[in-house]
Design a protein around this ligand. Structure first.
Ligand code: MN
Length: 134
């Protein structure tokens, strides 16, 4: 048993995010047969991920602000602190803050057999995607 080393906060790359998004890694696998990893993600107002999917799905637990989460059918869900969003394996989606408020969520997911395939990144989210189609 031990206290895990602290890991530095990472500024998420502009190729995969719109606006300012910071990532605090909480835990990553220690052993070859472990898959689970988790981190705390902080989004500035209006910031969001690009479109992407996760090979084994993802849980997002909102801890501050209001999260906006969109899928390819044009549906945009708003989730509040204490709520947990689940995106199934392979479902293309994005997540971000509302226009006027910071948002923070925990992101929890399992690695793919090839860790490089855990998350597949796609194109940026347009303002139209972000606002939600009628
Ligand atoms: Mn995701």
């Amino acid at each position: 048993m031990h206290i895990e080393d602290s890991r530095p906060t990472i500024k998420n790359p502009p190729e995969q995010f719109t606006g300012d998004v910071w990532f605090d890694p909480i835990f990553v696998p220690h052993d070859a047969d472990q898959r689970m990893s988790g981190g705390l993600v902080r989004f500035a107002p209006g910031a969001r991920t690009a479109w992407h999917s996760h090979a084994r799905g993802q849980y997002l637990r909102v801890t501050e602000g209001i999260a906006r989460v969109g899928t390819r059918d044009g549906n945009v869900v708003e989730a509040h602190p204490g709520q947990t969003i689940y995106t199934p394996p392979g479902e293309e989606h994005w997540h971000g803050a509302t226009e006027d408020c910071f948002m923070e969520h925990l992101a929890l997911l399992e690695s793919a057999d090839d860790p490089a395939e855990t998350t597949t990144w796609l194109e940026h989210v347009t303002d139209e995607d972000y606002s939600g189609r009628p």
